[in-house]
Design a protein around this ligand. Structure first.
Ligand SMILES: CC(C)(COP(=O)(O)OP(=O)(O)OC[C@H]1O[C@@H](n2cnc3c(N)ncnc32)[C@H](O)[C@@H]1OP(=O)(O)O)[C@@H](O)C(=O)NCCC(=O)NCCS
Length: 169
């Protein structure tokens, strides 16, 4: 298994994981599946902005991915990013999510970012536990701000504050 920056060749694997999360989970609050062109545009945009899209793969198969991007587009938020991490259903619980997130944190440090924000559906205890283990703390709770599968969803905000960089602009 290796973790690398995503290329266009990885998009079918990313697409399958993304659409599985759309159809079967409250990890992402969309109910509409996307196509390859959508993920292609997303990858191009992320990379053009200098943000990482990491994939975990083995024997040519995509097992999971992690990325971060703009949290809020107002200038004052430029030192903060919001990330996401997804592991293929049959690969969960083996440490892959932790590995992807650890690698993403290293990228954020290298990019001299200050805060990584996680917005997690409040019943997603696996994700909350994973983030706590890597040093994230809960900083906000927003009841019933979302809706999927005909029920209200609560949002838990977590954040990891990275050491301040001397060059913070
Ligand atoms: C959340 C997710 C990325 C975690 O990836 P993973 O590879 O399964 O995670 P890991 O194996 O590295 O670690 C999972 C941790 O959660 C724990 N865990 C597993 N199932 C759990 C559950 N039902 N409740 C609480 N904790 C659980 C594991 O024990 C492990 O903790 P430990 O190492 O302290 O024992 C993965 O489950 C996933 O893709 N879920 C669907 C999408 C999603 O929710 N993404 C996050 C959106 S914010």
């Amino acid at each position: 298994m290796r973790i690398q920056d995503a290329t266009a060749a990885d998009l079918p694997g990313i697409l399958a994981i993304y659409n599985d999360a759309v159809l079967n989970t409250t990890a992402i609050w969309n109910e509409t599946q996307v196509d390859l062109a959508n993920r292609d545009a997303w990858l191009v945009e992320r990379q053009a902005q200098g943000f990482p899209v990491l994939v975990a793969s083995a024997a040519g198969e995509i097992l999971g991915y992690a990325t971060y991007g703009t949290w809020r587009s107002i200038e004052g938020f430029r030192h903060s990013v919001e990330h996401s991490v997804y592991v293929r259903r049959d690969q969960r619980g083996q440490g892959l999510g932790s590995l992807l997130l650890q690698t993403l944190i290293e990228r954020a440090k290298a990019a001299e970012l200050h805060v990584i924000v996680a917005a997690i559906e409040s019943e997603n205890l696996t994700s909350i536990r994973l983030h706590e283990r890597l040093g994230f703390v809960i900083t906000g709770q927003m009841p019933q701000v979302g809706r999927k599968f005909e029920r209200w969803l609560d949002l838990t905000f977590m954040q990891l504050t990275l050491p301040e960089q001397r060059s913070s602009r």
